[in-house]
Ligand binder design. Sequence first.
Ligand SMILES: [Zn+2]
Length: 312
Amino acid sequence: MTYFEFNEKFPTDKSILQHFRTIRYKNGLTCPHCGSTQQVGLRTDQPKLCNCNHCHNTFSIFTGTIFEKSSTDLKKWFFAVHLVLNAKKGISALQLQREIGTTYKTAWRILKQIRTAMGNENLEKSFELIVEVDETYVGGKPRKQNNNLQFTTPKPKDTSTTGRGTKKTPVIGVKERGTGRVYARVALPDHNGQKLTGKQLLSVISAVTKPDTVVMTDDFKGYNIINHKSTNPENFTHISVCHSLGEFSSGKGLHTNGIEGFWAILKRSIIGSYHHISTKYLQSYVNECCFKQNNRFVDSFDKLLWQSVLAA
Ligand SMILES: [Zn+2]
Protein backbone atom coordinates (compact mmCIF):
# COMPACT_ATOMS: atom_id res chain seq x y z
CA MET A 1 0.00 0.00 0.00
CA THR A 2 1.34 3.42 -0.88
CA TYR A 3 0.97 6.58 1.18
CA PHE A 4 -1.75 7.78 -1.20
CA GLU A 5 -3.64 4.51 -1.04
CA PHE A 6 -3.43 4.66 2.73
CA ASN A 7 -4.91 8.15 2.77
CA GLU A 8 -7.67 7.15 0.41
CA LYS A 9 -8.51 4.08 2.43
CA PHE A 10 -8.45 5.78 5.81
CA PRO A 11 -9.46 9.42 5.41
CA THR A 12 -11.18 9.65 8.80
CA ASP A 13 -11.39 8.00 12.19
CA LYS A 14 -14.79 6.71 11.12
CA SER A 15 -13.27 4.84 8.19
CA ILE A 16 -10.61 3.36 10.48
CA LEU A 17 -13.16 2.17 13.00
CA GLN A 18 -15.32 0.68 10.30
CA HIS A 19 -12.39 -1.16 8.75
CA PHE A 20 -11.23 -2.48 12.10
CA ARG A 21 -14.72 -3.75 12.89
CA THR A 22 -14.91 -5.69 9.65
CA ILE A 23 -11.53 -7.33 10.37
CA ARG A 24 -12.10 -8.12 14.04
CA TYR A 25 -15.77 -9.05 13.84
CA LYS A 26 -15.96 -10.99 10.60
CA ASN A 27 -19.19 -12.62 11.77
CA GLY A 28 -20.74 -9.49 13.19
CA LEU A 29 -20.27 -7.62 16.46
CA THR A 30 -20.00 -9.96 19.41
CA CYS A 31 -20.48 -9.00 23.04
CA PRO A 32 -17.45 -10.17 25.08
CA HIS A 33 -19.59 -10.32 28.23
CA CYS A 34 -22.40 -12.64 27.14
CA GLY A 35 -21.40 -13.72 23.64
CA SER A 36 -24.51 -12.26 22.06
CA THR A 37 -24.26 -11.38 18.39
CA GLN A 38 -27.87 -10.48 17.83
CA GLN A 39 -28.47 -7.53 20.07
CA VAL A 40 -25.27 -5.53 19.81
CA GLY A 41 -25.37 -1.99 18.51
CA LEU A 42 -22.85 0.78 17.88
CA ARG A 43 -23.05 3.86 20.01
CA THR A 44 -23.45 7.03 18.07
CA ASP A 45 -21.91 9.29 20.73
CA GLN A 46 -18.67 7.23 21.01
CA PRO A 47 -18.15 5.16 17.88
CA LYS A 48 -15.49 2.96 19.50
CA LEU A 49 -18.09 1.65 21.90
CA CYS A 50 -20.89 -0.83 21.50
CA ASN A 51 -23.90 -1.53 23.64
CA CYS A 52 -25.19 -5.01 24.25
CA ASN A 53 -28.94 -5.00 24.63
CA HIS A 54 -28.90 -8.56 25.86
CA CYS A 55 -26.73 -8.15 28.99
CA HIS A 56 -26.78 -4.34 29.02
CA ASN A 57 -23.01 -3.99 29.08
CA THR A 58 -20.84 -1.67 27.04
CA PHE A 59 -17.61 -2.68 25.36
CA SER A 60 -14.93 -1.17 23.16
CA ILE A 61 -14.06 -2.76 19.84
CA PHE A 62 -10.41 -2.38 20.89
CA THR A 63 -10.69 -4.38 24.11
CA GLY A 64 -7.99 -7.04 24.22
CA THR A 65 -6.04 -5.56 21.31
CA ILE A 66 -2.76 -3.68 21.04
CA PHE A 67 -4.80 -0.48 20.60
CA GLU A 68 -6.48 -0.76 23.98
CA LYS A 69 -5.56 1.80 26.63
CA SER A 70 -3.91 4.15 24.19
CA SER A 71 -4.76 7.81 23.93
CA THR A 72 -2.86 8.25 20.67
CA ASP A 73 -4.95 9.16 17.60
CA LEU A 74 -6.16 6.17 15.67
CA LYS A 75 -4.89 7.68 12.46
CA LYS A 76 -1.38 7.86 13.92
CA TRP A 77 -1.63 4.25 15.03
CA PHE A 78 -2.75 3.06 11.63
CA PHE A 79 -0.18 5.16 9.85
CA ALA A 80 2.49 3.68 12.13
CA VAL A 81 1.36 0.19 11.11
CA HIS A 82 1.57 1.26 7.48
CA LEU A 83 5.10 2.62 7.94
CA VAL A 84 6.36 -0.42 9.81
CA LEU A 85 5.01 -2.77 7.15
CA ASN A 86 6.48 -0.71 4.32
CA ALA A 87 9.91 -0.38 5.89
CA LYS A 88 11.73 -3.37 4.45
CA LYS A 89 14.58 -3.10 6.88
CA GLY A 90 12.50 -1.86 9.78
CA ILE A 91 11.94 1.56 11.29
CA SER A 92 13.44 2.95 14.46
CA ALA A 93 11.40 4.62 17.21
CA LEU A 94 13.23 7.83 16.47
CA GLN A 95 12.19 7.72 12.84
CA LEU A 96 8.60 6.84 13.78
CA GLN A 97 8.53 9.75 16.22
CA ARG A 98 9.44 12.11 13.37
CA GLU A 99 6.92 10.57 10.98
CA ILE A 100 3.84 10.59 13.18
CA GLY A 101 4.65 13.47 15.49
CA THR A 102 4.48 11.88 18.90
CA THR A 103 6.94 11.77 21.75
CA TYR A 104 9.77 9.26 21.51
CA LYS A 105 8.22 7.25 24.33
CA THR A 106 4.89 6.97 22.52
CA ALA A 107 6.57 6.00 19.25
CA TRP A 108 8.61 3.36 21.08
CA ARG A 109 5.50 1.98 22.74
CA ILE A 110 3.57 1.86 19.46
CA LEU A 111 6.42 -0.03 17.80
CA LYS A 112 6.56 -2.45 20.68
CA GLN A 113 2.82 -3.12 20.42
CA ILE A 114 2.95 -3.56 16.66
CA ARG A 115 5.74 -6.12 17.09
CA THR A 116 3.68 -7.88 19.73
CA ALA A 117 0.91 -8.26 17.15
CA MET A 118 3.45 -9.47 14.60
CA GLY A 119 4.54 -12.17 17.03
CA ASN A 120 0.95 -13.25 17.47
CA GLU A 121 1.04 -15.35 14.33
CA ASN A 122 -0.22 -18.89 14.77
CA LEU A 123 2.18 -21.24 12.99
CA GLU A 124 1.67 -24.17 15.33
CA LYS A 125 2.40 -27.50 13.61
CA SER A 126 1.88 -25.98 10.18
CA PHE A 127 5.25 -26.58 8.43
CA GLU A 128 5.49 -29.75 6.37
CA LEU A 129 7.43 -31.73 3.73
CA ILE A 130 10.87 -30.13 4.03
CA VAL A 131 12.12 -27.59 6.58
CA GLU A 132 15.56 -26.06 6.89
CA VAL A 133 16.84 -25.36 10.38
CA ASP A 134 19.80 -23.21 11.35
CA GLU A 135 20.97 -20.88 14.07
CA THR A 136 22.47 -17.44 13.92
CA TYR A 137 24.17 -15.30 16.51
CA VAL A 138 23.23 -11.76 17.25
CA GLY A 139 25.55 -9.65 19.27
CA GLY A 140 28.12 -6.94 19.11
CA LYS A 141 31.43 -7.76 17.66
CA PRO A 142 33.96 -6.10 19.91
CA ARG A 143 35.25 -3.67 17.38
CA LYS A 144 37.50 -0.84 18.41
CA GLN A 145 36.33 1.67 15.83
CA ASN A 146 32.63 1.45 16.38
CA ASN A 147 31.31 0.53 19.76
CA ASN A 148 27.81 1.75 18.88
CA LEU A 149 27.31 -1.26 16.66
CA GLN A 150 26.94 -3.55 19.60
CA PHE A 151 23.57 -5.14 19.11
CA THR A 152 23.34 -6.79 22.45
CA THR A 153 25.27 -6.20 25.56
CA PRO A 154 28.30 -8.44 25.49
CA LYS A 155 30.44 -8.74 28.55
CA PRO A 156 33.23 -6.18 28.46
CA LYS A 157 35.96 -8.73 27.89
CA ASP A 158 34.14 -10.75 25.27
CA THR A 159 36.75 -10.97 22.58
CA SER A 160 35.03 -13.68 20.59
CA THR A 161 33.96 -12.81 17.09
CA THR A 162 31.41 -15.02 15.42
CA GLY A 163 29.35 -18.14 15.84
CA ARG A 164 29.03 -20.96 18.28
CA GLY A 165 30.87 -20.82 21.54
CA THR A 166 30.71 -17.04 21.77
CA LYS A 167 28.74 -14.95 24.19
CA LYS A 168 26.38 -13.69 21.52
CA THR A 169 22.72 -14.60 21.64
CA PRO A 170 21.70 -17.51 19.43
CA VAL A 171 18.48 -17.45 17.42
CA ILE A 172 17.07 -20.73 16.12
CA GLY A 173 15.17 -20.59 12.85
CA VAL A 174 12.97 -23.02 10.93
CA LYS A 175 12.03 -22.33 7.33
CA GLU A 176 9.42 -24.29 5.43
CA ARG A 177 10.93 -24.77 2.02
CA GLY A 178 7.69 -24.98 0.04
CA THR A 179 6.21 -21.70 1.24
CA GLY A 180 9.24 -19.82 2.55
CA ARG A 181 7.57 -19.25 5.91
CA VAL A 182 9.90 -18.81 8.87
CA TYR A 183 9.59 -19.36 12.61
CA ALA A 184 12.47 -18.20 14.78
CA ARG A 185 13.09 -18.12 18.52
CA VAL A 186 15.78 -16.47 20.59
CA ALA A 187 17.52 -19.23 22.53
CA LEU A 188 18.37 -18.07 25.98
CA PRO A 189 20.51 -20.33 28.16
CA ASP A 190 18.64 -23.11 29.97
CA HIS A 191 18.66 -23.49 33.74
CA ASN A 192 22.13 -25.04 33.57
CA GLY A 193 23.41 -22.06 31.63
CA GLN A 194 23.69 -24.12 28.45
CA LYS A 195 22.76 -22.63 25.11
CA LEU A 196 21.60 -24.50 22.04
CA THR A 197 21.05 -27.89 23.54
CA GLY A 198 19.52 -30.61 21.41
CA LYS A 199 16.34 -30.33 23.46
CA GLN A 200 16.12 -26.62 22.79
CA LEU A 201 16.63 -27.11 19.06
CA LEU A 202 14.07 -29.90 18.89
CA SER A 203 11.43 -27.98 20.82
CA VAL A 204 11.67 -25.08 18.37
CA ILE A 205 11.46 -27.44 15.41
CA SER A 206 8.51 -29.43 16.72
CA ALA A 207 6.56 -26.33 17.73
CA VAL A 208 5.85 -25.58 14.07
CA THR A 209 6.68 -28.76 12.19
CA LYS A 210 4.30 -31.62 11.43
CA PRO A 211 5.42 -35.18 12.18
CA ASP A 212 7.32 -37.06 9.44
CA THR A 213 8.80 -33.89 7.96
CA VAL A 214 12.31 -33.86 6.47
CA VAL A 215 14.56 -31.61 8.56
CA MET A 216 17.70 -30.24 6.90
CA THR A 217 20.41 -28.84 9.11
CA ASP A 218 24.14 -28.34 9.05
CA ASP A 219 26.39 -30.77 10.88
CA PHE A 220 26.18 -29.13 14.31
CA LYS A 221 26.10 -31.94 16.84
CA GLY A 222 23.11 -30.50 18.68
CA TYR A 223 20.89 -31.78 15.88
CA ASN A 224 21.92 -35.37 16.52
CA ILE A 225 18.97 -35.58 18.89
CA ILE A 226 16.79 -36.01 15.78
CA ASN A 227 18.70 -39.14 14.76
CA HIS A 228 17.54 -41.21 17.71
CA LYS A 229 14.11 -42.79 17.73
CA SER A 230 13.71 -42.32 21.48
CA THR A 231 14.30 -38.56 21.30
CA ASN A 232 12.44 -38.04 18.03
CA PRO A 233 8.87 -39.16 18.68
CA GLU A 234 7.56 -37.18 15.74
CA ASN A 235 9.60 -39.21 13.31
CA PHE A 236 11.39 -36.32 11.60
CA THR A 237 13.85 -37.44 8.94
CA HIS A 238 17.14 -35.70 9.58
CA ILE A 239 19.46 -34.75 6.74
CA SER A 240 22.59 -32.97 7.78
CA VAL A 241 24.61 -31.03 5.26
CA CYS A 242 28.26 -31.13 6.11
CA HIS A 243 29.54 -27.60 5.66
CA SER A 244 32.93 -28.48 7.00
CA LEU A 245 33.44 -31.00 4.22
CA GLY A 246 32.48 -28.47 1.59
CA GLU A 247 29.02 -29.86 0.89
CA PHE A 248 27.50 -26.45 0.26
CA SER A 249 24.59 -26.60 -2.13
CA SER A 250 25.57 -29.75 -3.93
CA GLY A 251 22.78 -29.28 -6.45
CA LYS A 252 20.59 -31.99 -4.97
CA GLY A 253 18.57 -29.70 -2.77
CA LEU A 254 20.71 -30.59 0.19
CA HIS A 255 21.29 -27.19 1.71
CA THR A 256 20.11 -24.69 4.25
CA ASN A 257 20.43 -21.68 1.96
CA GLY A 258 16.83 -20.61 2.55
CA ILE A 259 17.14 -20.06 6.26
CA GLU A 260 20.60 -18.58 5.83
CA GLY A 261 19.12 -16.03 3.45
CA PHE A 262 16.61 -15.12 6.13
CA TRP A 263 19.42 -14.50 8.61
CA ALA A 264 20.95 -12.10 6.13
CA ILE A 265 17.69 -10.10 6.10
CA LEU A 266 17.47 -10.13 9.90
CA LYS A 267 21.02 -8.89 10.26
CA ARG A 268 20.62 -6.18 7.66
CA SER A 269 17.58 -4.81 9.45
CA ILE A 270 19.41 -4.85 12.76
CA ILE A 271 22.44 -3.07 11.34
CA GLY A 272 20.37 -0.74 9.15
CA SER A 273 17.77 0.52 11.56
CA TYR A 274 18.21 -0.59 15.08
CA HIS A 275 21.93 -0.54 15.88
CA HIS A 276 21.47 -1.50 19.48
CA ILE A 277 19.15 -4.31 20.45
CA SER A 278 19.14 -5.68 23.94
CA THR A 279 18.64 -9.38 24.37
CA LYS A 280 15.39 -8.60 26.15
CA TYR A 281 13.80 -7.18 23.00
CA LEU A 282 15.59 -9.32 20.44
CA GLN A 283 12.64 -11.72 20.08
CA SER A 284 10.33 -8.87 19.11
CA TYR A 285 12.66 -7.80 16.28
CA VAL A 286 12.90 -11.41 15.16
CA ASN A 287 9.08 -11.55 15.18
CA GLU A 288 8.93 -8.50 12.95
CA CYS A 289 11.26 -10.09 10.40
CA CYS A 290 9.32 -13.36 10.45
CA PHE A 291 5.97 -11.62 10.07
CA LYS A 292 7.18 -9.66 7.06
CA GLN A 293 8.64 -12.77 5.50
CA ASN A 294 5.53 -14.86 6.11
CA ASN A 295 3.03 -12.31 4.87
CA ARG A 296 4.82 -10.92 1.87
CA PHE A 297 2.21 -12.22 -0.56
CA VAL A 298 -0.93 -11.37 1.42
CA ASP A 299 -2.53 -8.18 2.69
CA SER A 300 -0.18 -7.82 5.62
CA PHE A 301 -2.01 -4.72 6.89
CA ASP A 302 -5.24 -6.60 7.48
CA LYS A 303 -3.33 -9.62 8.75
CA LEU A 304 -1.66 -7.43 11.35
CA LEU A 305 -5.00 -5.96 12.40
CA TRP A 306 -6.32 -9.49 12.75
CA GLN A 307 -3.33 -10.40 14.93
CA SER A 308 -3.73 -7.23 17.00
CA VAL A 309 -6.37 -9.09 18.98
CA LEU A 310 -4.37 -10.57 21.82
CA ALA A 311 -7.06 -11.86 24.14
CA ALA A 312 -9.99 -14.02 23.23
ZN1 LIG B 1 -23.75 -8.90 26.24
